[in-house]
Each structure stands twice: as structure tokens, then as C-alpha cells.
Design a protein around this ligand. Sequence first.
Ligand code: NIG
Ligand code: FE
Length: 412
Amino acid sequence: MANILVTNISEMLTLAPANEKEGRRITEKDLGIKTNQAMYIVSGRIEWLGAQKEIPKILARNKKIKEVSMKGQTLLPGFVECHTHLVFAGHRAEEFELRNQGVSYQEISKRGGGILSTLQKTRAISERVLFAMSQKRVDDFVSQGVTTLEIKSGYSLDLKNEIKMLGVINKLRGPRVVATFLGAHAKPPEFASHGEYLKYLSDRVLPKIKKLNLASRVDIFVEKGFFEPEESRRYLAAAKDLGFDLVVHADQLTLSGGAKLCIELGARSGDHLLQIRGLEINMLARSNVTCVLLPAADLYMKCAYPPARKLIDAGARVALATDFNPGTCPTQDVALVGLLARLEMKMTLPEVIAAYTVGASYALNLAKEVGSLEVGKYADFLCTNSSWQETFYSVGGRLPTSVYRNGQLQKS
Ligand code: NIG
Ligand code: FE
């Protein structure tokens, strides 16, 4: 990997102050805006960062260093997309129509639709075809400036096929991929009760996934009709004992105790959080749990949006993500997510930018590696000809002109 000197950066958002504040109470100052900058990259990490006119002579003269001119563009840290269900087969367009006609998500699920219909299609498809369709979706995220991407399993719900899904996730290329095991997404038809299924997962599946090193995180859908808090607590505790980081789909459709579980068990993130009230908001704000908000899913589900303003004002750390999946969020549009956060959740633009970089890096336990542009971190960034004020502005967004991960061009 050649050493690279990036020059002629007219404007750079380092997000270093936002990282210093661990993603809490973000204002414009925390974007760390610098003008006329340069950056030196060694082995994919930032070695030096400073004013263009202060580039150390030793670098400027070294012929072995490859210079890449940004020609006056704006640089931002690459986006960290921290919640997706990107690996799936088929679609659920009929279900979308039903929901629009007033049938609820839970009702569709009871009739055998929802997650279980994606399960049948995902179990049936070959690993090769599943990989090819998933890689296209990954490339779409990269083209939007995503350099770190979390992907969950959870559309197979048996040992063999969950391993197939995780195998696909770990083979995907482009961004830094973080794999999450979501075996506890729904009860598969082979089991009589949710409790029995969770026991099977903790006795048979979790140890295997750990041994094969297929995922570093374990997620669960805590919800009425899915997994109850008591059985979820036992399952998450078993996962924690095995060394997995914990994540919870929490309080999405009803106030079902997910956020409280996150705090009790020290989860990295609690995701969705639409239904939480004052008690949970204050507890989350005082905790180290990152609140992952997924407003595009709320749009599709015609739900109220989560109380972002209250969480942020109470001092919570917030991240934003798409929740891309065939059921509740069949779009992978990052710009739409940020736009909804601004329009519907009253988040300021600096809060949105920090949520999609620093906040999300905490959710994935990668805050020391990505999320801000600082010496020692990976050189993951996106370049744009627009000013930073034009991000998360138009529907569909304007794509970055180029995207770099580890200082290597991913997309131009
Ligand atoms: O994040 N809530 C649970 N899981 C997904 C939906 C998955 C699906 O319906 O396929 C979510 O919204
Ligand atoms: Fe989700």
C-alpha cells in the first residue's frame, strides 16, 4: 500500500471535537471545520493532518509518496451505517400494499408473512446468488459515502442457513463490514415456543458462531409477539458471557422493555426507541448505550418518530441508520434518513452529520478507528464538490464525487 499525500482540500470536517465529546450535545463547533488542509496516509491510517502550507518538507520532497489532489473539494469522514438487514432474498411489496390498506405489521406476521416470508426465500437461495445480490446493495451504500457498514443475519433462523448468511456477510467487499448475529429475529416454524428457540440458539448456535468467528455482535427483536424481556435477558446474558457485544431492537412497536434491558446489560446500542418515555430517555442519556434512530423505517411504518430532541437535550449519544430490509424499510437511501431527522425529528445538521459518523462509530464499538478524521484513525472519507451545508438537503441526495477507505479509492 503506497503512502499517500492528499492535498488541496478546501474544506474538511474532521469531527474530532465531536469524537472528543463522545458524540453528545453536538453543535457546529464540534464538526471541526478546517480550510485548506492536507493529509498524509501511511498503511491506510492518517499519519499527519494539517494546513496545506504546513506540509512537512520531508513529505513534499519524497518522490515515493503518491500525491492525490482534491482540487478544492470538501472532505467528510466516511459515513458509518450501523443498522442494516442487507442480506435477504425476494421482496415484500405485497405486504407493503397490505399495510397501506390498514393491516398491521404484527397481523401480517401472525398470518405467516413478514420476517417468515423472507426466511423461506433466503433459506432456499444459493450462497452464490445471495452474495451477488448483496454485493450490489453494498456497492450502492459505498456510492453514497458509506465506508463502514453493519449487516445483520436473521432471515434464516437455523444453524446451517444463518451460517450461510454470515458467510455471505463476511465475504462482502468495499466498506469495513461489521457482522451481527440476529438469530433472535423471530421464532422459526420448527419451534413450539420462543423460549425453546432461544435455548437452542444459546446452546447450539452462539458457541458455533463464536468458534467460527462469524460475528462479533448479537442482536434480538424484543417486542410483543416476538421475544419477551425475561427470556431476552437470559439470552443476551449468555451471549455476553461468550464475549459478544450486545444490540437490541428496542421499543419499536410497543414499549416492551428493550431500552431498559440495553442499559441493564450494557448493550452497545438500543435501536428504534420510538415508544420510550421520560424514564427511559433519562436512563439512556446517563448510560453508555448509543441510541440508534431509524426514521426511514418509521416513515414506511407510518409510526411516530422517536424523541430525538429529548434524547439529545438530555445528553444521550444518538446515531442514525437506514434499517434497510425488505419489510419495514425497503430503501437504502442515507440522504433520506438524514433529511427525515432534520425535518421530522428536529435534529440540526451538525447533529445529523455527527450521528452518521461519530455516533454510529460508538454504536459499532469502532470509535477509536473510524467516525472522525484524526491522526491514528483509518483514512475513510468522502469527497464532494458541494459545501457541507448541502449534505442531507435534497431528496435522494447528491452523491459524493469519490469515496476512500483506508486511503484507497472505492468509488469515483
Ligand atoms: O428493524 N423490527 C425487526 N426487524 C426489522 C424488520 C425486519 C423485517 O420486517 O423483515 C426492523 O424493522
Ligand atoms: Fe432492524
